[in-house]
Ligand binder design. Structure first.
Ligand SMILES: [Zn+2]
Length: 331
């Protein structure tokens, strides 16, 4: 800390002390007394020349951290117990808020049942899904996506992306147009390095599914008796360029047919065998779960992943979203 900032800091502390003393005379409070003691200790540190020095590693605490909290006694690498507790409280609140943004599971909409599992790598993450019914057309738009990155930053971008998709969906925008607008909004309001991949499906009560991809994995399609490859025209990830376009690939599902959407966390875990092996593993789980409920299918996928991980902690957020045609087109 330079002598000039040192003087400024000391003056600011002295001023704050005078204000608190005045407040304490008018209305004595234990909190004010505690704060006064902290300020006296900070002034003592100024006298001793240890103000702004971390108690733990004896390095500079840093101007940014001191500006946020002039009473900080340690650097950002060595937070106090109280700070750690506060951060944990904030994260668990953020986790509850993020869960509240996702749709209920299991659930159903005309012609379809769905079920999903969400496991962020930390307290919160950037993977998401949504189920947006359109009362006017009877269709339902399903979104499954993955904001690049993890943790708090990814979760904030995820909630902003979901909010724009919901508001555009509520005004009845057609899916291709909705995706283009979501892309443009995300591009205009985030940093150039921010992007998200997204799978979208418009599901009709008769079993028709229009599939869209913004740089995301295609879903795995399980017919009543076998897996069937799905190839989708893939558009650009959301947010990379201002004017991306998205086109639909139609598949027709019969009663009992299942689409499984997933994010990187569901296939990346076996680094040695690669992503194709992860996708094959999901296909195997679909085949094994034939004739069972979607919960059995999702449990099977998670058990396979746990086996591949063999005790290693998850390194990526995970979203598995399964949707099954209940009525479907009878042909
Ligand atoms: Zn330190």
């Amino acid at each position: 800390m330079t002598p000039a900032t040192d003087t400024e800091t000391r003056e600011a502390l002295v001023l704050r002390r005078q204000q608190l003393l005045r407040a304490d005379r008018v209305n004595p409070q234990p909190d004010v007394r505690a704060l006064l003691a902290d300020i006296d200790f900070a002034l003592e540190r100024c006298e001793r020349g240890t103000f702004g020095i971390c108690d733990v590693c004896h390095e500079d605490i840093g101007a940014e951290r001191l500006a946020a909290d002039p009473l900080a006694l340690s650097c950002v690498e060595h937070p106090s117990r109280a700070e750690v507790a506060r951060l944990q409280r904030d994260l668990s609140l953020a986790r509850r808020i993020q869960r509240g943004l996702l749709p209920g599971s299991p659930g159903a909409f005309p012609g379809w049942d769905y079920h999903y599992r969400y496991q962020p790598a930390g307290d919160i993450g950037g993977d998401f899904c949504d189920v947006l019914p359109n009362a006017a057309t009877g269709e339902t738009l399903v979104l499954v996506g993955d904001v690049a990155g993890k943790g708090v930053a990814a979760s904030m971008l995820m909630s902003s992306l979901l909010a724009s998709a919901r508001s555009l969906s509520s005004v009845g925008l057609r899916p291709a147009e909705l995706l283009s607008r979501v892309n443009a909004l995300f591009h205009d309001t985030t940093s150039p390095s921010s992007y998200a991949t997204l799978a979208a499906a418009v599901l009709r009560p008769n079993g028709d599914a229009d599939l869209y991809s913004a740089g995301h994995w295609p879903p795995i399609l399980k017919r009543a008796h076998a897996l069937e490859p799905v190839t989708i025209a893939s558009g650009l990830p959301i947010g990379l360029f201002p004017d991306a376009k998205y086109t639909a690939t139609r598949v027709r599902l019969r009663p009992g047919d299942t689409l499984l959407f997933y994010t990187d966390g569901a296939i990346d875990e076996d680094h040695s065998a690669g992503e194709e092996s992860g996708r094959r593993q999901l296909g195997d789980a679909l085949t094994r779960a034939n004739g069972h409920g979607l919960d059995v299918l999702l449990d099977g996928c998670l058990a396979d992943l746990a086996r591949v991980r063999s005790g290693r902690p998850a390194t990526d957020d995970l979203m598995l979203f399964a949707v099954r045609a209940t009525r479907g087109a009878r042909r």
